[in-house]
Design a protein around this ligand. Structure first.
Ligand SMILES: Nc1nc2c(ncn2[C@@H]2O[C@H](COP(=O)(O)OP(=O)(O)OP(=O)(O)O)[C@@H](O)[C@H]2O)c(=O)[nH]1
Ligand SMILES: [Mg+2]
Length: 291
């Protein structure tokens, strides 16, 4: 099995294909069969210019517009399979994004902001909420309403910090979530309770994407699955119980089981009321594509 297949590639094995494991401004860390170690690649800007049909409609496609900053369709993100090219100096360039088998995107119901793709090419989307202060069924409904771009992937609700809730509350909340028709598990990274239910989703080559508010324990769960401190975690701020945003860059990591996790920065909500609240990612500007 090639390296890329271990990283979830299921297409024909050809040179020039890679998977993005993290994005850092102009640079992307990628894995590909041409290198035993991850390498850095840049986006080939001309390849990502938007194709616009010439006036008149029938003419050939002409590349005229530059990619707009933040144009999600044209920006590779962590988890993407991409085409790559190497030049004579040994530099690597990303020349295109291969079709995404699944994606989860934030859409602003008021259309004031562009949609924002939070995770791609996952087999299981873990929508994470803590069993304590972060638990909110209305918010969960908003997440579920955005699950129409999952393709063959499935969403699983992970209720975290099981050790901080009493048994009655945990059972009631698990029941409420399941009554919405979703698969749900309750887990404690602290005591290990429920970890077997999580591990049941780990199969070699599968990608699990973790999303949810800051401080719910995404990186902590990743570390528990990995058996080592791969991701930084941080105490929840006591003054507001919400936690600071500890993870600021999306990264895809390989677990000992051969499954992968995409850990994402916490999503925060804006707006106070109703089902229309948008979901934003804190710190996005720090790793958004820069011109
Ligand atoms: N008691 C208890 N604490 C937990 C558990 N999981 C996570 N925590 C704590 O919750 C805090 C936040 O955890 P993180 O893993 O950093 O949260 P995160 O979701 O990655 O947050 P961002 O990276 O900011 O999005 C840390 O202090 C963790 O120790 C758990 O199962 N039980
Ligand atoms: Mg984190």
């Amino acid at each position: 099995m090639t390296l890329l297949e271990r990283y979830g590639w299921r297409g024909a094995v050809e040179p020039g294909i890679a998977r993005v494991t993290s994005a850092h401004g102009d640079y992307y860390r990628i894995v590909c069969n041409e290198s035993a170690e991850p390498i850095l690649a840049r986006k080939k800007k001309s390849a990502f210019a938007r194709r616009v049909r010439q006036e008149g409609g029938e003419g050939p496609f002409r590349r005229v517009e530059r990619v707009e900053e933040g144009d999600e369709r044209l920006t590779p993100i962590t988890g993407d399979f991409v085409t790559i090219r190497h030049n004579e100096q040994g530099e690597s360039f990303i020349t295109g994004i291969l079709p995404r088998i699944s994606r989860f995107e934030r859409r602003d119901p008021t259309a004031r902001r562009k949609s924002q793709t939070l995770a791609v090419n996952f087999n299981v989307l873990f929508i994470m909420m803590s069993l304590t202060e972060n638990f909110s069924l209305p918010r969960l409904r908003r997440y579920l309403a955005l699950c129409d771009t999952l393709g063959e992937a499935k969403a699983v609700v992970v209720l975290t910090k099981r050790d901080l809730a009493d048994a009655e509350t945990a059972a009631a909340r698990l029941g409420e979530v399941r009554s919405l028709g979703c698969e749900a598990v309750a887990v404690s990274a602290a005591t290990g309770e429920g970890m077997d239910d999580i591990r049941a989703y780990e199969s070699p080559g599968a990608t699990l994407a973790f999303i949810g508010s800051s401080g719910v324990g995404k990186s902590t769960l990743l570390n528990a699955l990995a058996g080592e401190e791969l991701a930084a975690t941080q105490e929840v701020q006591e003054w507001n119980g919400k936690g600071r945003h500890t993870t600021t860059v999306r990264s895809l990591v390989m677990l000992p089981s051969g499954a992968m996790v995409v850990d994402t920065p916490g999503i925060r909500e804006i707006g106070m009321v109703g089902e229309d609240d948008a979901v934003l990612v804190k710190g996005e500007s720090t790793h958004r594509w820069r011109k």
